[in-house]
Ligand binder design. Sequence first.
Ligand code: FPP
Length: 229
Amino acid sequence: MDGNGRWARARDLPRIEGHRQGVQNVLRIIDAAAREGIEYLTLYAFSVENWQRPPEEVDALMHLLEIFLQQYAHELIERQVRLRVIGDISMLPEHARRPLEKTLQDTAHFSAHTLVLAINYGARAEIVRAVQDYARDVQESRARPENLDWSTLANYLSTAGIPDPDLIIRSSGEKRLSNFLLLQAAYAEIYFTPVLWPDFDGEELAAAIHFFSQRERRFGKTGEQLHQS
Ligand code: FPP
């Protein structure tokens, strides 16, 4: 959801105003994604590196998360959207963590649509924790290194049970993954758009999906092999 700060600066507004607009956009995109038939939508809300921002901005982001949950938890329930989180939420302030945990519980039984919020998430931290957990299982004889394969390792990641992303959209013109789902993105199509997140609407999403629909996904095979089967 990149570009909130620049959206605000371009209007001579404080950065937090951009984040406020960014949050308003979240429900709009949840609806647009549902209309497009997307089952899993993941939003990168707060990275492990984002703690380094000025404390007042971090504070404001945590309050916006709380407000989002207060305002929209019932909308998620109404739309039968399951909320999931990837990242270590134990470090969040209680005023944000509590409503988050409640919404996770209240929506846990839905299955048609899943909204995944990446909060205090970083792929490297996720991988380190997965390896630690796996090593512990080996040490305690619950796992054997020679049996480790990708699907086993994937179950140690915070995305266990969530399919790998087919399409990753990066708004605001940046062209990097910034520690987002590094292993899960192995075969994702990546769409870069200069549009800032508060301006990223249903039409922009449709354009990204059109880009995706034009891609030939070979997963290591040749084009000829794909067209034979
Ligand atoms: C990126 O814009 C946005 C963020 C780092 C924070 C987004 C998170 C929230 C708005 C908190 C609430 C989240 C949810 C899902 C309710 P930027 O500040 O990096 O923009 P810039 O690159 O233009 O400065």
